[in-house]
Design a protein around this ligand. Structure first.
Ligand SMILES: NC(=O)c1ccc[n+]([C@@H]2O[C@H](COP(=O)([O-])OP(=O)(O)OC[C@H]3O[C@@H](n4cnc5c(N)ncnc54)[C@H](O)[C@@H]3O)[C@@H](O)[C@H]2O)c1
Length: 247
């Protein structure tokens, strides 16, 4: 087991990629703390994990709320005595062409995707610095490279890549690795609403000619927080079927 007894906090664990990470980490021996605004989903997930002999806890949290984020980390530390892994996975999209994008659409996406990652990393880094051990994975997107109708999402995800570089530099002296997983199109609720003809066009542009399964993104998260990746920090790795290469 690659994460035996590691305490791992996963944001946006209620469904999609976050849920896949929670299941994978639990199977690798981690104590999983599943957080999300969708309280029912994380309770259902952790009840199922615990019933199957894994160790997990659900904490409903909105990642944009500093007080909620800080008390979540305190709860984890008081329950388990440490926090080893943070997966900043929660995010949303609110797509519109820039000329039609509202200030509200801009602010909501930047707040959840970028500020939420900052708040969670800042709070999680406290116990990690004390214990001189930690792994933080952020989540960007192929969309960070630019996508029509996603100025807010693109900016948030490029911001997350920059956040990753600086956190890696600041936290290296405390033996904390900070990396970023950058998925391409993945079969989750986030992409479920894409009309079939648009989806087909997107898939034609992906060298591997398909979307990822959430489990394939979870595999990269697992590698980056495992001891096999102990000398990797500050990196953004695309898991996108080849979409980010070629011209
Ligand atoms: N699905 C894709 O094609 C794709 C592609 C590239 C990047 N990503 C990234 O992967 C990550 C996971 O995406 P997904 O496809 O599983 O999305 P999803 O919409 O299926 O799940 C996101 C989860 O985040 C939660 N969430 C949203 N706002 C929150 C908040 N304020 N506080 C706490 N939780 C909140 C949601 O409730 C949901 O459970 C995101 O960072 C996303 O940007 C996804």
């Amino acid at each position: 087991m690659r994460l035996k007894d590691r305490v791992a906090l996963i944001t946006g664990a209620g469904r999609g990629i976050g849920e896949a990470i929670a299941r994978r980490f639990a199977a690798e021996g981690a104590i999983v703390v599943a957080t999300d605004v969708m309280e029912e989903n994380i309770k259902k997930l952790t009840n199922e994990l615990n019933a199957n002999g894994f160790r997990s806890m659900a904490i409903p949290v909105n990642v944009t709320n500093k007080n909620e984020v800080e008390s979540m980390v305190q709860k984890v530390v008081s329950n388990y005595g440490r926090l080893d892994i943070l997966i900043n996975n929660a995010a949303i999209n609110r797509d519109a062409l820039t000329k039609k994008m509202t200030e509200e659409q801009w602010d909501t996406v930047i707040d959840i995707n970028l500020k939420g990652s900052f708040l969670c990393a800042k709070a999680a880094a406290e116990p990690m610095m004390e214990q001189k051990y930690g792994k933080i994975n952020n989540t960007a997107s192929i969309g960070a490279l630019g996508n029509i109708g996603q100025a807010n999402y693109t900016a948030s995800k490029m911001g997350v890549i920059g956040l990753t570089s600086t956190l890696a530099l600041e936290l290296a002296r405390y033996n904390i690795n900070v990396n970023c997983v950058s998925p391409g199109g993945t079969e989750t609720t986030m992409t479920a609403g894409i009309p079939d003809n648009v989806r087909q066009k997107i898939i034609e542009g992906i060298p591997l000619k398909r979307f990822a399964k959430p489990e394939e993104i979870a595999n990269l998260h697992l590698f980056l927080v495992s001891e096999e990746a102990s000398f990797i920090t500050g990196q953004t790795i695309f898991c996108d079927g080849g979409s980010s290469v070629g011209f």
